[in-house]
Design a protein around this ligand. Structure first.
Ligand code: ATP
Ligand code: MG
Length: 490
């Protein structure tokens, strides 16, 4: 309860008769509540005002339009099905006023709600209403509005500098990604980042966290592919003491550890399918149940998932549950491969060199021809491959990073006259592998990984660098090959 004299009490005592809890001061945000069933409407008005909102109410689309004309509002909480239309009909008018819209719907219309999220509705609640979730949404509205304004300014400022938060690059392809991120970051929506290895999925997840009201909370990355299968469940959801042999004490899972922050679930398709059902439940209910426990624990966590597989293919091959994908695809963010980012290759190469110069107090620079050569490469390992290449060239170069410092990494040879020729693939070079047409990409990738590992005498760090993939990805691939072999020999 608020002590006497606080904003809430003042608001309650100044409420006017028409809309019992409305008031005209702009000190508190105002919500318009649209619901045709009077008892539900009254209960909602009561609840929303207890959360610190001034309220106005309406029982139909027509009445809601009148109210919108009369009162500036920050939030519109509307039933989907109304006597004279749908709450969705108001979306454009609500958005034009800069207010957030939250829809309430029966379970049967979840499809419509998901569609509504795509069209710009801030969130949706299914009936019967979960009061905890409603409160959480109300709590977010004010902060979300501030953030949206802040991000708008940030976006303009950063665009000029050719970057967006921690993300460097200003190609049109990345510009569309930034637009999407600035829309989705301040909301509570679950985001799914899709992109090839090394495209910057983790950096994007961090950017979303930093541009959200959760930025002061933890950012917790968990790689589902790197956790042993039998530990994933307790890692995610925790366990109670004595729930299995060896569970000597209670353990809080990452959902509880990330309370108030963002949980980054990397390589989501590597999560065992039966656990994907449990994850879906957590996303839908906002609660977790520890292994061996019975209590539902409410968690305030935003989930960002990532995958370097094509989700639809992962669904088709049984690696990703369709219903989980359905939930995640509300806000997919597809990261373009580096080869599709045009001018960003040079911008990133300069950026990574700048970082190295700053860290080491040096002033090395790019030779023009070397920088141009970078644009001709296909970058299968994307930004990570480029970053590693810059690092190696930086170490090799005394002052200027030239063609000679990058040639070996780009699969090029530099003849004496300085002209660059590409080593044709499949030459009789002892380090080349021949891959016949008709091989699957997976088998070619496996052969390349194994050949590079052999070339590096089993040194995984160096192998990963050479391949332009993370060490973690390399470990994942190797362990997958081991289990394939295990399955074959059974
Ligand atoms: N736009 C960018 N600006 C600056 N640095 C970037 C950018 N994109 C990626 N990086 C850097 O490249 C490296 C790889 O990025 P990251 O780990 O986010 O890729 P990923 O898509 O998660 O890869 P994987 O699928 O292998 O996990 C990191 O060192 C990251 O800091
Ligand atoms: Mg990653």
């Amino acid at each position: 309860m608020s002590p006497p004299g606080t904003l809430r009490n003042i608001r309650r005592t100044t409420s006017c008769a028409d809309d019992v809890h409305s008031q005209h001061s702009r000190l508190v945000p105002r919500a318009l509540i649209i619901e045709d069933e009077v008892p539900s409407l009254e209960a909602l008005v009561e609840l929303v005002s207890r959360e610190g909102f001034a309220t106005v109410s309406a029982r139909s689309v027509a009445e809601a339009r009148e109210r919108l004309g009369d009162h500036p509002v920050e939030l519109v909480l509307s039933d989907l099905v109304l006597p004279d239309g749908s709450g969705m009909d108001l979306l454009d008018e609500v958005a034009a006023r800069g207010a957030a819209m939250v829809l309430m719907t029966g379970h049967a219309s979840v499809d419509t709600a998901v569609e509504a999220l795509r069209r710009g509705v801030a969130d949706y609640l299914t009936k019967p209403l979960d009061l905890g979730r409603l409160k959480a949404i109300l709590g977010n509205v004010a902060r979300t509005r501030e953030l949206t304004e802040e991000i708008g300014e940030l976006r303009t400022a950063l665009r000029r500098l050719g970057r967006f938060g921690p993300l460097v690059g200003n190609s049109p392809a990345m510009g569309s990604v930034y637009d999407l991120l600035s829309k989705v970051a301040p909301t509570e929506a679950t985001v799914c980042i899709i992109g090839e290895s090394g495209t910057g999925k983790e950096v994007v997840a961090q950017a979303v966290h930093e541009l959200s009201r959760r930025r002061k909370g933890p950012f917790l990355p968990v790689n589902c592919g790197a956790v042993a299968v039998n530990l994933i469940e307790t890692t995610l959801f925790g366990h109670e003491k004595g729930s299995f042999t060896g569970a000597e004490r209670q353990h809080r899972g990452v959902f509880e550890q990330a309370e108030g922050g963002t949980l980054f679930l990397d390589e989501i398709t590597e999560m065992p399918i039966e656990l994907q059902v449990k994850l879906l439940r957590v996303l839908e209910t906002g609660t977790v149940v520890r292994v061996g426990g019975e209590e539902s624990i409410r968690v305030d966590v935003r989930v960002i998932a990532a995958t370097n597989r094509v989700p639809e293919e992962a669904v088709a091959s049984g690696k990703l549950r369709e219903d989980l994908w359905y939930r995640l695809k509300v806000f997919p963010v597809v990261l373009p491969p580096l080869r599709d980012r045009g001018g960003d290759i040079g911008v990133l190469a300069e950026h990574f060199l700048g970082e190295l110069n700053a860290a080491n107090g040096t002033a090395k620079s790019w030779e023009g021809a070397a920088l141009r050569r970078l644009n001709e490469h296909g970058w299968p390992g994307n930004v990570r491959e480029l970053k590693n290449l810059v690092h190696r060239a930086y170490i090799l170069a005394d002052h200027e990073l030239s063609l000679a410092h990058i040639a070996d990494q780009l699969g090029t040879a530099v003849p004496r006259n300085g002209a660059v020729t590409r080593v044709p693939s499949g030459t009789a070079d002892g380090d080349a592998i021949a891959i016949s047409v008709g091989s699957t990409v997976a088998s070619a990738e496996r052969r390349l990984i194994e050949a590079t590992l052999a070339h590096c005498a089993g040194n995984k760090q160096r192998t990963a660098e050479m391949l332009g993939i993370s060490l973690k990805t390399l470990y994942n691939r190797l362990s997958a090959y081991r289990s394939e072999e295990g399955a074959e020999s059974e």
